[in-house]
Write a protein that binds this ligand. Structure first.
Ligand SMILES: [Zn+2]
Length: 104
């Protein structure tokens, strides 16, 4: 088989490394999803994206853990700069999201 040219129509089979706009949408929904406020149909869309996009799936996993800590009240005992540092690290790992989906 020959190598597919870049810019070809996505087949849907292979995970895409540059899902750009889909990532922005997914992250916009992430907040509602974690709050339990995302409609079930949107949850399915988000789940589909997370299966194909490791950076977003990794981010969801992290945010879930962070929120669990907040719920338990552990953050009261954690320095806020720790949270800031982890968030900064996330943005470093996902530079393509930084410009399109600014936090705050
Ligand atoms: Zn993504």
């Amino acid at each position: 088989m020959s190598v597919e040219p870049t810019g070809a129509t996505p087949t849907g089979d292979a995970p895409s490394a540059d899902c750009g706009e889909n990532c922005v949408e997914a992250l916009e929904r992430l907040e509602a999803y974690l709050d339990g406020e995302l409609p079930q149909t949107r949850v399915a869309d988000l789940a589909d994206h997370l299966r194909a996009c490791y950076p977003c799936a990794d981010r969801v996993s992290f945010e879930e853990q962070l929120r669990n800590l907040v719920r338990r009240g552990c953050v009261d005992h954690a320095p806020t700069d720790l949270v800031d540092r982890v968030r900064a690290r996330l943005q470093t790992e996902l530079p393509h999201l930084q410009e399109q989906a600014p936090l705050g």
